[in-house]
Design a protein around this ligand. Structure first.
Ligand code: NAP
Ligand code: MG
Length: 407
């Protein structure tokens, strides 16, 4: 292309590991660089580079997102003991996603990529159902106690300001049992609420929120109340103007209703509910490689990535020189999502149009029957369906993209 499309503001790019690093490079070289004139602030989050910088590179990447507003991230290894040995690391560094999330104070939204020839497991679903999972507290930050025998369990709160100690009776145990204490922070719930309202408004979709507030009259009802106050204070008018709704309902009711909705909504969920139900939504839509993920910070920073990991098993095949058929769809959508957001923030409709065309080229390729191995098993059976290699898929998308840009 003679005249490349100009991306106004610098994009923060975070490179990653294994098979996704291989695909990432192909996507950039084949689908982006020939068409876009962009300034990239590059952070190499390869596990060896994180190790060499004592993980400072991850913090620097998060700071760059705070500076520019939009970051696009490849999948990265979260090292465990095996990985420490495999890569000769100094230690098992923390999850980069966890580090970035803690710094940006964000909420993660996961949205499936729909194509016409892969039908969701639930026949009523026509549009994507996005899950917004609160990523703090509850059972993930709990204290558990194996009660050894008969006795009284109490909760004791000691105020920092020297106020009166409060003790709440929990249960008189007649014999051995189990106990669990969960906590949450008002500030974390409020930032979760703000991220959900921000995301729903930016996507112009309804927001559902559900908890078990009829049973949990302080804890779950507290979540409901914080959402309600925030909505009425800061979002009601904006939602009305955008023609979208905020809807709270009991979690059981939401689970029953979700099966009958046509989708096209954001479903905000507490930590455990989100953990469980996001896997249900992912599986109902076929493949991990067809799921995008974006971290939305209440401060208006966005980080786009694929929901899947580094596809380690395919990488080992690739290293042995064997043919691979890994799906780059979610990585392509990480770029298109980030570019579209950049276009919205910069007021550059050409960049938004490019993102739309890139996505249409990618989904169109699968709809023509050209797909990687993971999709071949779940797509509508047609004799024209063709399994392609990792590179073959990206090349087929490039052909479609070129047509769309010409037309
Ligand atoms: P994974 O990379 O998501 O892959 C699990 C399996 O799902 C693959 O073996 C493959 O199945 C299938 N799959 C996932 N993405 C695919 C794609 N794009 N195309 C085709 N098939 C795909 O999870 P993992 O193997 O458990 O984790 C590997 C590494 O990723 C770990 O070191 C973990 O720490 C990291 N991780 C990173 C992130 C992140 O950065 N956001 C998230 C999760 C995990 P088949 O083998 O059956 O083909
Ligand atoms: Mg889970």
């Amino acid at each position: 292309m003679k005249n490349k499309i100009k991306v106004e503001t610098t994009i923060v790019e975070m490179d990653g590991d294994e098979m996704t690093r291989i695909m990432w490079k192909m996507v950039k070289e084949t689908l982006l660089f020939p068409y876009l004139d962009m300034n990239i602030d590059y952070y190499d989050l390869h596990v060896k580079h994180r190790d060499a910088t004592d993980d400072k590179v991850t913090v620097a990447a998060a700071q760059a997102i705070m500076k520019y507003g939009v970051g696009i991230k490849c999948a990265t290894i979260t090292p465990n003991e095996d990985r420490v040995k495999e890569y000769g690391l100094k230690k098992a560094w923390k999850s980069p996603n966890g580090t970035i999330r803690a710094l940006l104070d964000g909420t993660v939204f996961r949205k499936p990529i729909l194509v016409k020839n892969i039908k969701p497991g639930v026949s009523a679903w026509k549009k994507p159902i996005t899950i917004g999972r609160h990523a703090y507290g509850d059972v993930y930050g709990n204290t558990e106690f194996a009660v050894p025998g008969a006795g009284r369990l109490e909760l004791v709160f000691t105020p920092q300001d020297g106020g009166k100690i409060v003790s709440v009776p929990v249960f008189d145990f007649p014999g051995p049992g189990l106990a669990q204490v969960n906590h949450n922070l008002e500030r974390s719930i409020l930032s979760f609420a703000r991220a959900c309202f921000t995301y729903a408004l930016s996507e112009k979709i309804d927001l559902w929120f559900s908890t078990k507030d009829t049973i949990s009259k302080i804890y779950d009802a507290g979540f409901r109340e914080i959402f309600r106050r925030e909505f009425e204070k800061n979002w009601q008018d904006k939602f009305q103007a955008a023609g979208i709704k905020y809807f709270f309902t009991l979690i059981d009711d939401a689970v029953a209703r979700i099966m009958k909705t046509e989708g096209g909504l954001l479903w905000a969920l507490k930590n455990y509910d989100g953990d469980v139900l996001s896997d249900m939504i992912a599986s109902a839509n076929g493949s991990l490689a067809m799921m995008t993920s974006v971290l939305v910070s209440p401060n208006g920073w966005f980080e786009y990535e694929a929901a899947h990991g580094t596809v380690q098993k395919h990488y080992y095949k690739y290293l042995k020189g064997e043919e691979t058929s890994s799906n780059s769809m979610a990585l392509i959508f990480a770029w298109s999502g980030g570019l579209r957001k950049r276009g919205e923030l910069d007021g550059t409709p050409e960049v938004i149009a490019f993102a739309d065309k890139l996505e249409a080229a990618a989904t169109g390729t699968v709809e023509e029957g050209i797909m990687t191995g993971d999709l071949l098993d779940i797509a509508e059976k047609k004799h024209t369906n063709k399994k392609v290699t990792t590179e073959g898929f990206i090349e087929a998308v490039a052909v479609n993209l070129q047509k769309k840009l010409n037309g």
